[in-house]
Unconditional design. Structure first.
Length: 301
């Protein structure tokens, strides 16, 4: 069953607050999933954990699909190329992110990932011909300056895993840009299910070389919990963009940084240094300004 095309509507009273609440829930869910995976992968092979979690996510998505426009395994010809590119971005970003997550502080990794909206904006200019005014160019430069503060080339944070984190961010940008190639009759459940399938299959193939261990009951329960968080993250990420004004809702994406820092401190005893805080503030401020500027341009049009 396919979902009906979505017609933009004027936000009703309270929609912005609901959209912000849903976006915050999405970021919390993703952050909790990351925490579970980092914790479980300390004792269980990473790719085995990734495979088991993926199987549970696929089951969860299939269960909630009727409420998300249905699930169709048949992809129209026009959507096959963007689906292929999206799966490449999804699989590569997941592999890179989880490996970086094992070897970096959650706050540092999340701070680097906050530059994603700026990367997507630059990529849209390069590949989709979108224009970039001098104010937004300045915001991009400021945002990347914040990333450099976080990484501090030559410092302790900058190293192989920081490069892996940047590569993960680039692959997420590829995934998000490929998503723009889908018509509205491709349901969110279908896109999410294919993403989960690709990630699970790749994790299984790689796990054959890494080896498997017999998981304990607590580990299985934690993976199921992580899968539930990830499913909630997928669903609410879509819902948040359909309630309220994007310019109001999108800045709440940056709550993921606070969640990552809090979870890193509580669960793993990690605390970002002053440079990471300063760089994060610069990246977030640049991203929020970009979103605000886009809203102003939209009103002008």
């Amino acid at each position: 069953m396919k979902s009906a095309p979505v017609t933009p509507t004027t936000p009703r009273s309270g929609d912005n607050l609901r959209g912000a609440a849903i976006m915050t829930l999405s970021m919390v869910a993703f952050g909790l999933n990351d925490t579970v995976m980092k914790f479980v992968a300390q004792d269980l092979p990473l790719y085995q954990a990734m495979t088991l979690r993926g199987l549970i996510v696929m089951a969860f998505i299939a269960a909630v699909a009727p409420r998300l426009g249905g699930l169709s395994l048949r992809i129209p010809p026009a959507a096959r190329r963007p689906m292929a590119w999206r799966m490449v971005g999804e699989v590569a970003s997941t592999l890179l992110f989880l490996n970086a997550l094992q070897n970096m502080a959650m706050g540092d990794l999340s701070a680097i990932m906050q530059a994603l909206p700026l990367v997507v904006m630059v990529a849209a200019t390069l590949f989709f011909g979108e224009t970039l005014g001098w104010r937004r160019i300045g915001a991009v430069i400021a945002g990347f300056g914040g990333v450099l503060l976080i990484l501090r080339p030559g410092g302790e944070v900058f190293g192989f895993w920081a490069v892996v984190a940047i590569a993960a961010m680039a692959m997420v940008a590829l995934r998000d840009l490929a998503t723009r190639g889908f018509a509205r009759d491709i349901s969110s459940a279908t896109v999410a299910f294919y993403a989960a399938t690709g990630v699970t299959a790749s994790g299984f193939v790689i796990s054959l070389g890494q080896g498997w261990a017999m998981p304990s009951l607590p580990q299985v329960l934690l993976l199921a919990l992580g899968a539930a968080f990830l499913t909630v993250g997928y669903v609410t990420a879509v819902a948040s963009m359909r309630v309220g004004e994007i310019s109001y809702v999108a800045p709440f994406r940056y709550t993921s940084l606070l969640v990552a820092i809090l979870m890193g401190l509580v669960v793993f005893g990690e605390w970002p240094d002053l440079w990471t805080w300063a760089g994060s503030a610069l990246v977030v401020a640049a991203g929020i300004y970009t979103i605000w500027r886009e809203a102003q341009i939209g009103k002008g049009r």
